[in-house]
Write a protein of this length. Structure first.
Length: 174
């Protein structure tokens, strides 16, 4: 048996220069497999959900989002809930049931449940007075009013509106 003192693994200093080494195999362009597409779509969806759910973990509303939500509130909610959100809008007297006082959500519920407010606005949580319940009233309205905005864009508006409603809370509700 012949023993070699030479290691099959050369030290880095003994490697040939990069130019002398064989080139790496070129990347092969291939169509993604269906399973890869599904996994990528699910991962993207989870990231979107996580980014939109993040406000629920915050301790206070985002001021920039609340400012954007303020103009949406005036356009879509003020006529019923009033300029200050107490339920005294111009058409409130004609509604039964009367619009809720949005400034007391946190006090009434023992804290501000951001996700519940978003679900109420987009229509996934049914509220008497926000339609018959067959469709997410404000979710659809924001899609149409934005000239065919994507669901993500409409969702962004709803999240901004929820930040505004959070910003007008009065009383205890921590």
């Amino acid at each position: 048996m012949i023993h070699s003192t030479r290691s099959p693994f050369r030290a880095a200093s003994q490697r040939p220069p990069a130019a002398a080494r064989p080139a790496a195999r070129p990347a092969v362009n291939r169509a993604p497999r269906p399973a890869e597409s599904v996994v990528a779509a699910l991962a993207s969806g989870l990231l979107l959900i996580a980014s939109l759910a993040a406000p629920a973990l915050a301790s206070e509303p985002d001021a920039e989002r609340a400012a954007i939500g303020s103009s949406l509130y005036r356009a879509y909610c003020g006529s019923c809930h009033g300029r200050s959100g107490v339920g005294d809008g111009d058409v409130a007297q004609y509604l039964d049931p009367k619009p809720a006082d949005l400034t007391r959500i946190a006090a009434r519920d023992g804290g501000f449940d951001f996700d519940r407010v978003v679900a109420t606005i987009d229509g996934t949580e049914k509220v008497k007075g926000h339609g018959r319940g067959e469709m997410p009233v404000w979710g659809d309205a924001l899609l149409v009013a934005s000239g065919g905005a994507s669901e993500e864009q409409a969702r962004e508006k709803i999240v901004n509106l929820a930040h505004y409603v959070w910003s007008i809370q009065q009383g205890d509700g921590d």
